[in-house]
Design a protein around this ligand. Sequence first.
Ligand SMILES: [Zn+2]
Length: 327
Amino acid sequence: MSYVGPDFEPPRPPRHPLRGPLTVAVAALVPGALVGWLVWQAVGDSDDGDGSAAARTSASAGASASASASASAPSSELPGPSEDGKEQSGGGDESGASAPAGSGPLKGKVVVIDPGHNPGNFRHPSDINRKVNIGTNWKECDTTGTSTNAGYTEAEFTLDVSHRLRAILKKEGATVKFTQDGDRAWGPCVDERAEIGNKAGADAVVSIHADGSAAGNRGFHVILPGSVHSGAADTRPIVASSRALGERIAGGFLRTTGGPPSNYIGDGTGLDVRKDLGGLNLSTVPKVFIECGNMRDTKDSAQLTSGTWRQKAAEGISEGIVSFLRG
Ligand SMILES: [Zn+2]
């Protein structure tokens, strides 16, 4: 959900020119899809932006999480970009964490899925507004997340996609754990969400979200951890691996859903880098967030509310994880 705004890493090394990452991922994984997307983009997507999109982008450029939601977000959305979280018990799929690994290509691999927010967060404002230490600073424990204009919540969306993703990954043989499965009243807090992945010794962690930006802002983007070394946060060991994971997920997502990559964050790469998310800052294992689309945009919300589309989204994310874990 909410964004603080583009948070590109400073000058990127030559090997990662701005449009490079996704291009590379796409070239490697889904050349056909990119061509399709380009055609689609040319034909159909240039008209829906409006002033508010720009406003939102600039508004969200602030440093903290709060500003972003203002333009488009309804009162229901807590200001602020905290998005990660951690912990919890319920994780797991029905067969959950205890399910034996299968015999597929991911046998022996542990994947932690972090469904963003929690359907119960709305009812526990004081709990989720409590500040937790994310290494670089203190931030809200968790946020409510956003919703479509019709009221389909981000928390509901993230759990649905996560369930679909879990089913796919388990078939691939992975051991899958959740940070929350709608089985706790609220949270977990972002620091706990990170800790769950760390304690699980996860080979990959993906936090599922959908954004709450202005109408006209469309498309998905994957958020990668920036290099942070402050307090309990030290992402230096996972920056490269997380980028590799994120590029694969972006490529897979683009292939299965047809895109498009975000038109308001990431300069068309479908990738963003942030240093203000506790769930990334405190991770010691490869981890990324994916914002699957903008719930406040009519075209994006039509996709996000479609079970068929969410299945494609889960397949794309899975494809990226499998590609990453198989090297
Ligand atoms: Zn979110």
